[in-house]
Design a protein around this ligand. Structure first.
Ligand SMILES: C[S@@+](CC[C@H](N)C(=O)[O-])C[C@H]1O[C@@H](n2cnc3c(N)ncnc32)[C@H](O)[C@@H]1O
Length: 365
């Protein structure tokens, strides 16, 4: 297959010369649409590396478990200052290309052509990046076991049809939580993956502490610190609660025509201070996507959101601007912020009736 050279961040890569990423899969999958996700990950890994080396006086070992062209491992080495980087792909062509790309960028990356699960059974890592086709569910138990006592875990899921409610039965089988096609489905999907990650880590007495978790375009990403501390793992489990949802609302007990999702993590999905550092790193290094991190940073730690467009449509009224609704809710004493996931989403501790009342009043002016 013909290859072409692309530039991403500070690296140059040989990638399959195809218009649709899927078509290059036989050689090595490369999707330029994931650049923002990789930029955020470079920043997160750089920040972790700095903290780790200050704490322990040594360098963390990073595992890019499903590397394809090697892009993540190579960027971690070149842009995040990682000195010990291992990249793995079960596809022989991909592993070969990843090694060639590492040479092209003059970075040292140990490239393995193996099943990443086997590698994670045999070795322990300080950072693991899981970026699979579809669900990471099959890889997570291995990563949770392999991670050391103070580490970083970055996980992507692209099975968004399952997570966002199109296939609730598949969601039940994979994550043991039932997704639902509700107006806040994207955050529900994010929390389904996050709950699964936290539970998998907890089985090894490890706490997955969410640092920057988000749903964007066709994927969901959870980045978190992993610490082997039983008490911390217990405190995360305490943030789990039974969850019932209807198309517009959610509660922790049954209501109206609600259905049961399962027992889900309802705690914070990000750490604002960490987001701030990621945002700063991205701005300093000219990496695209810092606005997304800023939006995530500014979200209130309140689960889910109401969709303003759908409220206005149902009430058959003119849709006021999101900012006006937020200001009015705050004036009435409620917490309110935008949702980073949905531009018309309103995160608030006010009940739906209150939000509808505010929207109706504002629509008159
Ligand atoms: C979505 S692609 C990775 C894309 C890459 N991380 C990036 O950012 O461009 C998933 C990769 O995982 C590889 N893969 C699938 N199963 C694997 C396994 N069990 N062990 C190692 N690699 C695997 C595939 O060959 C494919 O290259």
């Amino acid at each position: 297959m013909k290859l072409r050279k692309v530039r991403e961040g500070k690296v140059e890569l040989l990638v399959p010369d195809v218009d649709i990423p899927e078509h290059g899969r036989r050689v090595a999958f490369y999707n330029p649409a994931m650049e923002i996700d990789r930029n955020i990950s470079v920043a997160a890994v750089a920040i972790f590396r700095e903290t780790y080396s200050k704490l322990f006086g040594e360098e963390p070992v990073v595992f890019d478990a499903l590397t394809a062209t090697g892009v993540r491992a190579i960027r971690y080495a070149k842009e995040a200052g990682v000195r010990l980087c291992v990249a793995c792909d079960v596809n022989e062509n991909a592993a070969r290309l990843a090694a060639e790309n590492a040479r092209l960028n003059d970075v040292e990356v140990e490239v393995l052509n193996s099943d990443a699960r086997k590698v994670m059974l045999e070795r322990n890592f300080d950072v693991i990046d899981l970026d699979p086709f579809g669900t990471p569910a099959n890889f997570l138990p291995f990563a949770a076991r392999s991670l050391k006592r103070f580490s970083l875990l970055c996980v992507t899921a692209t099975d968004t049809a399952t997570l966002f409610g199109k296939y609730p039965d598949a969601s039940m089988r994979r994550y043991f939580l039932r997704s639902a096609s509700v107006e806040f489905a994207k955050e529900l999907g994010l929390r389904i993956l996050l709950s699964f990650v936290i539970r998998e880590c907890a089985r090894y007495n490890k706490a997955f502490i969410p640092k920057l978790c988000y749903a964007h375009r066709h994927y969901v990403r959870c980045i978190g610190l992993v610490e082997r501390r039983k008490e911390k793992a217990d405190s995360l489990i305490e943030c789990f609660s039974p969850l019932y949802v209807s198309s517009k609302e959610w509660r922790t007990e049954p209501f109206g025509d609600s259905c049961f999702v399962g027992t889900l993590f309802l705690g914070p999905t990000k750490d604002a201070e960490f987001c701030e550092r990621v945002e700063k790193f991205m701005l300093t290094h000219g990496l695209k996507g810092s606005e997304l991190v800023e939006r995530i940073k500014e979200e209130l730690d309140i689960p889910f959101y109401y969709d303003l467009t759908s409220i206005a449509k149902q009430l058959k009224i003119h849709q006021p601007r999101v900012e006006r609704v937020l200001t009015e809710l705050r004036r009435r004493g409620y917490g309110a912020s935008r949702s980073a996931i949905q531009s018309t989403g309103i995160k608030t501790n006010a009940r739906l009736e209150t939000v509808e009342k505010v929207v109706k009043e504002l629509a008159r002016f």
